[in-house]
Design a protein around this ligand. Structure first.
Ligand code: UD1
Length: 417
């Protein structure tokens, strides 16, 4: 069961529900290291990355119990170990966010240098500079980073770039620091807001949520809380593209319009119409009449890099020459080669892709090189003539729960073999 086989049908009918956001659930699970007691967290997607984070928490001495398909009870009866081992951190770069929460609670953390998707060098210098500003001493040895502080003291931390992970890590380290911390040029992604509201429910004092200037007044004690994770805007965006490129009548449930504004704005410019009924969405688009567009990925609220690969499939089916510029990661075009093997006409020049459409996708045997690249290949397969075989699907399974079964439920001819 390590490949996905698709026979493009071009018709999807029914309802697809969006799951909880992986990128929100991961730092929120890491935040349970901050205070002792029992947490109840709902709407957690059932994914390998989540299981990796749970294993990490267990390594530190926490207990995790799955109370239903998408809920966990986490019990923190004291952190017993502070080392995040290579076997777990290499599986997932987001493991690095345990550094901030361990620092907040036990003032010491030792974390193996992270792995994750192969979409660029993805350094952690901003995270470490932030910890240092708060008074931690950082030592790098044998592939591990150790951070330690006698006392964390609030500071002004200006990020050179609004890094999502660095904002989360510094935020968590700061909640119990003495005095006030300001994170300037903070990331504004909805997943940061979700983490901030989780921490505030625990008793933290974070203001400026949703802006690029987060203020954190350190508090002495935090307590556990109950929380429900926000819907996954990237999964929603992937389903939106599936709906546009496939004929039929698809409804997407669980979409927060505001979270997708940068994406929706560009698609509206192309001629796509969105009909929201609270969190239910129907999309109207005539693929033949859509206009080409120029897109540049940007930090939130701009166009998300995590939807760049999937959007290339839509642009390949659109009449005319579109342009997609990737400004967040330097090596995030690995899907282009595979899409071109399926008939796309995409030319790369540095961080810019020129997409000539419309093309007819033709089924081929391809490989997912990372999570979102994999999603793009599945989307192309859904509309391709003949059979598409997508290999290396472990990447797709890191971020989409039961994608094959859910697409089958709306009529796609797709299976796992
Ligand atoms: C998070 C998301 C990922 C998304 C990305 C950008 C999670 C688990 N992952 O990744 O899906 O694609 O945000 O929206 O939430 N950088 C540095 N130094 C640092 C930190 C980052 O130079 O210390 C650079 C990175 O190399 C990259 C850019 O900043 O070029 C953005 O990275 P960042 O926002 O940190 O992404 P992640 O948190 O890793």
């Amino acid at each position: 069961m390590n490949k996905i086989v698709i026979n493009g049908s071009g018709k999807l009918n029914g309802t697809l529900s969006v799951n909880g956001a992986k990128n929100s659930a991961l730092p929120i699970l890491a935040a349970t290291l901050i205070a002792e007691g029992e947490y109840s967290i709902d709407n957690i997607p059932d994914l390998k990355d989540i299981r990796t984070m749970i294993k990490l928490l267990e390594t530190f001495g926490l207990k995790a119990e799955k109370t239903d398909d998408h809920s966990y009870k986490i019990t923190n009866s004291g952190v017993k170990d502070i080392e995040a081992p290579y076997e777990l951190v290499k599986e997932m770069r987001a493991s690095f966010v345990v550094m901030g929460s361990l620092l907040a609670h036990v003032k010491k953390a030792r974390v193996s240098l992270p792995g994750g998707c192969a979409i660029g060098t993805r350094p952690i210098d901003f995270h470490l500079q932030g910890f240092e500003k708060l008074g931690a001493k950082i030592v790098l040895d044998h592939g591990f980073v150790t951070a330690e502080a006698v006392e964390l003291v609030g500071a002004r931390v200006k990020l050179p770039f609004p890094s999502v992970g660095a904002t989360q890590n510094i935020l968590m380290a700061a909640v119990k620091a003495k005095g006030e911390t300001t994170i300037l040029n903070a990331a504004r992604e909805p997943e940061i807001d979700d983490l901030s509201s989780f921490l505030n429910k625990m008793g933290a004092n974070i203001s400026g949520i949703g802006t690029d200037e987060l203020k954190i007044q350190g508090v002495e004690k935090l307590i556990p809380c109950k929380h429900s994770i926000i819907p996954d805007r990237i999964e929603a965006g992937t389903f939106i593209i599936a709906s546009i490129i496939n004929d039929g009548d698809l409804e997407i449930q669980g979409v927060i319009k505001e979270h997708l504004k940068g994406f929706i704005k560009k698609l509206e410019k192309m001629g796509v119409e969105f009909e929201f009924n609270n969190d239910r969405l129907k999309i109207k688009a005539d693929l033949e009449k859509l206009k080409p567009v120029k897109i540049s990925t940007e930090p939130y609220p701009g166009f998300p890099t995590d939807l760049q690969a999937q959007t290339m499939v839509l642009l390949s089916l659109t009449n005319g020459k579109s342009e997609l510029k990737e400004t967040i990661f330097e090596n995030r075009f690995m899907h282009v080669l595979e899409l071109n093997r399926m008939g796309a006409k995409i030319k790369l020049e540095g961080n810019k892709a020129s997409i000539n459409g419309p093309v007819d996708f033709i089924g081929a045997e391809v490989s997912a090189t990372d999570l979102r690249a994999g999603a793009a290949l599945v989307l192309a397969g859904l509309v391709a003539d003949n059979t598409t075989i997508v290999n290396e699907i472990q990447h797709i399974e890191r971020g989409y729960e039961d994608l094959v079964e859910r697409l089958q439920s709306v009529g796609a001819k797709i299976s796992k073999q």
